[in-house]
Write a protein that binds this ligand. Structure first.
Ligand SMILES: CC(C)(COP(=O)(O)OP(=O)(O)OC[C@H]1O[C@@H](n2cnc3c(N)ncnc32)[C@H](O)[C@@H]1OP(=O)(O)O)[C@@H](O)C(=O)NCCC(=O)NCCS
Length: 130
């Protein structure tokens, strides 16, 4: 296994496929084609050519969101998510202290060690659209 870490975008198809393979919701491919280049930051890990892990930060620099943290099922449990999150935290460290950084966590253990907390003064909300 030869893993390479890069701050590059995934291709649309491999992005959509990795989300589904990891149990995340399916994304519209045309929307992904337009959206991926608008990322503020992206990290991809490849085994050779194959996309095996990724994460992105989206937003406008004042409000940002950590999204699309995913590791291919056959490589989960090897710490790849830590590599992804360390890279993302290094990017977040370049943002102004006033920037608000959010994420929606399916599992909290992944993010707690990087300082993310469930806020006690506000509630994250999400609109389910089908
Ligand atoms: C969640 C996910 C990204 C984790 O990636 P991973 O590379 O398999 O993560 P690992 O199993 O190597 O675990 C990373 C760390 O969490 C720890 N960990 C793993 N399972 C844990 C658990 N149940 N409770 C607490 N800590 C746990 C590991 O010990 C490791 O700790 P370390 O970095 O301090 O060594 C991956 O399983 C995935 O893609 N899941 C499906 C998609 C998903 O749920 N994405 C997140 C959406 S919010």
């Amino acid at each position: 296994m030869e893993l390479t870490v890069a701050n590059t975008l995934p291709a649309v198809d491999e992005y959509c496929d990795l989300r589904v393979a990891t149990g995340l919701s399916a994304m519209d491919r045309e929307a992904a084609l337009a959206a991926l280049p608008r990322s503020l930051h992206a990290v991809t890990i490849r085994d050779g050519e194959r996309l095996v892990a990724m994460g992105r930060v989206v937003g406008d620099g004042l409000h940002v969101q950590v999204v699309d943290i995913a590791v291919a099922p056959d490589l989960q449990g090897n710490g790849l998510s830590r590599t992804v999150m360390e890279d993302i935290m290094a990017f977040i460290d370049t943002l102004p202290r006033s920037t608000i950084v959010n994420l929606f966590a399916d599992i909290d253990w992944l993010y707690q060690k990087f300082g993310f907390v469930v806020p006690d003064h506000t509630t994250g909300m999400s609109l389910r659209r089908g």
